[in-house]
Design a protein around this ligand. Sequence first.
Ligand SMILES: NC(=O)c1ccc[n+]([C@@H]2O[C@H](COP(=O)([O-])OP(=O)(O)OC[C@H]3O[C@@H](n4cnc5c(N)ncnc54)[C@H](OP(=O)(O)O)[C@@H]3O)[C@@H](O)[C@H]2O)c1
Length: 307
Amino acid sequence: MAKKIVLAGGSGFLGENLADYLQHRNYDIVILSRQPEKVEKGIRYIQWDGRSISSWASELDGSHAVVNFTGKSVNCIYTKKNREEIVSSRIDSVHVLKEAIDRCSRPPQAFIQAGSLAIFGDTTLLCDEDSPHGSGFSVEVCQRWEEEFFKEKIPGTRQVLFRIGFALGRNGGAFEPLQKLASFNLGGTVGSGKQYISWLHVDDLNAMFLYAIESERFSGIYNATGPQPVTNKEFMKTLRAVMGKGWAPPTPSPFVWLGAYTLLRTEPSLALTGRNCVPSRIVEQGFEFSYTSLEDAFRDLLQPVSE
Ligand SMILES: NC(=O)c1ccc[n+]([C@@H]2O[C@H](COP(=O)([O-])OP(=O)(O)OC[C@H]3O[C@@H](n4cnc5c(N)ncnc54)[C@H](OP(=O)(O)O)[C@@H]3O)[C@@H](O)[C@H]2O)c1
């Protein structure tokens, strides 16, 4: 019988990518979503609210693993209301999933939580898993998220938290808008261009999730990012080169602030800050990346998809 994996908040960019990856490896996928229930492409979407126990909780009993992607997108203006929802959607979902696992007679062997490298704040210093945390709202969100996840140990279930980097994939995520900008000859350096982007190809992220699901050696916190972080300047230059675009005008910080608040309705810090992170623990455990070169990752993602 196919092993069942429950993806909480799995209807978004990372969840749907992982669902597809695991389905191709004969796993049975259930997605917990606030949307009406449906079956699509062999995936069962089960309704939940992300904060209270109801019939969805029985899906976890006898499942092989649970992966939690739930969280209001941080791609918004940080109003008081949005800040509250960014925090509560993450903390509440972790809490209720732990409660649901606790009630299982056959608990999943692994509970894997999507976290973020944003815990390191805005820094050009090289960060591995043991580096000091930064400061500010996004850092506090990550700290509270991790504290909730590790607050108490779940007997019989391995707990793994991936601090995810800038995941590059098709059909969503942050790569699509950057690619569009570059196609209009607007893919210039953003702000100072010195802020780091700790990127990884979504195929490598999916392979990391599969390792974490299946390998008993996986436990605790991992930087889920590629081995070669680059500055924003380098990132945009490489994207333009792969897309056959020449020089593009830089966007100085004041324009990023203005454009972010007025046109894009998002937080300028998302583009103006960054971190320089490496995946030390996962490499020590023998993980091999398919994409270590940014150029190769872009070339792959820009290829037309064969049906
Ligand atoms: N994408 C990246 O590169 C990246 C990098 C670092 C960290 N992460 C973290 O990884 C997680 C998944 O990322 P993603 O890119 O897949 O995000 P996403 O596309 O925004 O998907 C998140 C899912 O969470 C659910 N959700 C949103 N607001 C919610 C709320 N208030 N209450 C309950 N559920 C809610 C939504 O599902 P329904 O609407 O179906 O309920 C949504 O599909 C997020 O926590 C994100 O912060 C992502």
